[in-house]
Design a protein around this ligand. Structure first.
Ligand code: IMP
Ligand code: MG
Length: 179
């Protein structure tokens, strides 16, 4: 599996350090409150597990799964909810947890959708951000790392459902796509 990786972009140690920093910041910012962390399946699962344990105030966890209509490799902005939340978000402080923000179209839809359900507040936390690819303005409150426009895998991120369990973020070799 690691043979398919061209370059390690973010090591296990770098990820651990940054996740701790994000957890501390979030704990401070939400002091005295409770957070409903909403993980976007499936890519955010591993990051969310580590982030939740780095947060020192009470959190509840819920999940959504979405997919965009249209071409597989690029987001169309038309989003379909595959799995909705189990609990109501009304009056709650929501923290959306994403693996990566690329065009931002998925997230824009999610924020609009969640806003209509009357939470107390909505904040966004992403592990990775590709600012050069943004097609819409989304305000990211907590950002792990800005990365270049390369296709990355590991620490929850996949290519065709593979590589999610790598403990680091790596850039995939072009050969690994064409198989
Ligand atoms: P967008 O921001 O709506 O364009 O889509 C973001 C989603 O695309 C993420 O949640 C990932 O599932 C997927 N994605 C975007 N870039 C990458 C990447 O480099 N590796 C793995 N998945 C990616
Ligand atoms: Mg994916």
């Amino acid at each position: 599996m690691t043979g398919d990786i061209k370059e390690v972009l973010l090591s296990k140690a770098a990820l651990e350090k940054r996740v701790q920093e994000l957890g501390s910041q979030i704990s401070k910012d939400f002091k005295g409150k409770e957070i409903l962390m909403i993980g976007i399946l499936r890519g955010a699962v591993i990051f969310m597990g580590d982030l939740a344990r780095a947060i020192e105030i009470p959190v509840a966890l819920d999940f959504m799964a979405v997919s965009s209509y249209g071409a597989a490799s690029t987001s169309s902005g038309v989003v379909r909810i595959l799995k909705d939340l189990d609990e109501s978000v009304e009056g709650k402080h929501i923290l959306i947890v994403e693996d990566i923000i690329d065009s931002g179209l998925t997230l824009q839809y999610l924020v609009e959708n969640l806003k209509s359900r009357n939470p107390s507040s909505i904040r966004i936390c992403t592990l990775l951000n590709k600012p050069s690819r943004r097609k819409t303005a989304v305000t990211v409150d907590y950002n792990g790392f800005d990365i270049p426009d390369e296709f990355v895998v590991g620490y929850g991120l996949d290519y065709a459902e593979k590589y999610r369990n790598l403990p680091f973020i790596g850039i995939l070799k072009p050969e690994a796509y064409s198989e």
